[in-house]
Design a protein around this ligand. Structure first.
Ligand code: T4K
Length: 375
């Protein structure tokens, strides 16, 4: 039996390079609470990403929770049902009602055409997700938000390093939230960040992630503990050395998949957008069962029998989970695009170390279609 292949495998730099950082931590005994690696990583990430202010977090979910607190979001927030559940949970934890609207068939991101009819007097913000790292229609979403006086927090967990016309995708909206989880393009084991546009907001977010403490005797706001530690920050500094090569390898794998699978009836992809620098975080394919002759779940199971563990990101929809399915906006039939895509999507393995032979094997499994009489 060959080694299992998972949907992703975290990139890790050479261990001896990380050991050098560990030695420094052992010397200084500074393990957390805004130590030197934390400070250095914030500065280096601002430079690398092309953003003005960044605040590092211990994970993306705490960054989302804090972003909502920082902007004092209340009432209702319009969001996508087609994503990982973290952002909707963050709304719930802030006592905010999520209002789901449908997605665009081309990008699988929140459809700007569906937003306005979901706005009520209780709506205070929009929380779109750059799903798979493909940018939302930021121009239209930000324009709608401005017209209705709403805030925008982008969940940019998948979108590390993505640029629109040379500008970081994280510069749109009021705040953007990144994830540096093990499964992400840029990982610090676990980690995350909020990107904002001005010094005062950065200061406020920094206070919120550290209990609201500003000195030994002063607590100015009811904060939480969401700080990144020095081990995570050290790994981040090292990862920056390799990130461009890692994204390049992802791009090559994406191109191989597209070339090998592009002509199969019933298989379609999400394509690159013009003037966007993509990060190739995921490789989702959409399987139309009528045209392809097999369902997504049949293909998923076939992969499993070959020791390959693809993932159905994002199935089920967030709106179908028991804690959300009774909301009015979650009712079946209201989001036809998302309801269709969630049945068809399969994310194939993609990570920098995925070998060419493995990619070929994965493509061959997709090519093993049923004979015409089965269809
Ligand atoms: N917003 C969005 C849009 C997100 O996608 C996420 C996280 C967040 C917010 C929240 O950010 P964080 O709080 O996580 O920073 C995974 C990740 O756990 C989750 O972080 C991620 N999204 C989501 C899309 O995917 P699972 O349940 O699929 O993870 P898991 O453990 O099954 O991992 C997938 C595969 O990766 C495994 O089969 C093997 C491989 N793997 C995983 C880990 C954790 C490794 O090889 N090594 C590892 O350490 O959720």
């Amino acid at each position: 039996m060959t080694n299992p292949i998972y949907v992703t495998r975290p990139f890790l730099p050479p261990l001896e390079e990380f050991t050098e950082y560990l030695e420094k931590i052992w010397d200084s005994h500074i393990l957390t609470n805004g130590g030197p690696f934390h400070q250095e990583l914030e500065q280096k990430l601002c430079e690398y990403l092309g953003v003005k202010y960044i605040s590092l977090f211990s994970n993306g979910t705490l960054a989302l929770l804090t972003a909502l607190q920082a902007l004092r979001i209340t009432g209702e927030v319009i969001t996508t049902p087609y994503s990982f559940v973290a952002a909707t949970h963050a709304l719930w934890w802030n006592n905010i009602k999520p209002v789901f609207t449908d997605i665009e068939p081309e990008t699988l991101n929140l459809d700007p055409d569906k937003i306005e009819s979901a706005i009520t007097p209780q709506t205070t913000a929009i929380l779109p997700v750059h799903v798979y790292g493909n940018p939302c229609d930021t121009e239209r979403i930000d324009e709608i938000a401005e017209r209705y006086g709403l805030k925008v927090i982008y969940d940019a967990a998948h979108a590390f390093g993505v640029k629109i016309a040379g500008t970081s995708v994280a510069n749109f909206g009021d705040l953007s939230v990144l994830s540096f989880h093990a499964t992400k393009v840029f990982n610090t084991f676990e980690g995350g960040a909020i990107i904002c546009h001005d010094e005062n907001t950065k200061k406020h977010i920094d206070q919120l992630k550290n209990f609201g403490i500003i000195n030994e005797t002063t607590v100015v706001t009811p904060g939480i503990n969401a700080k990144i530690n020095e081990f995570q920050a050290a790994l981040g500094l090292l990862q920056l050395k390799y990130i461009d090569v890692a994204v390049d390898k992802r791009k090559q794998i994406t191109e191989t998949y597209r070339a090998a699978l592009g002509d199969i009836p019933g298989i379609s992809f999400i394509w690159d957008q013009p003037d966007v620098k993509h990060n190739y975080a995921y490789f989702p394919i959409l399987i139309n069962p009528k045209e392809f002759g097999k369902t997504r779940d049949e293909v998923y199971e076939e992969f499993k029998t070959n020791n390959i563990f693809c993932r159905r990101y994002f199935y089920p929809l967030i709106s179908q989970y028991p804690m959300y399915c009774n909301l009015e906006s979650a009712q079946r039939g209201r989001m036809p695009v998302a309801e269709k895509i969630t049945q068809e999507v399969l994310c194939l393995p993609i990570y920098p170390d995925l070998g060419a032979e493995d990619v070929r094997n994965i493509c061959n499994i997709v090519h093993e279609r049923p004979s015409p009489h089965r269809r």
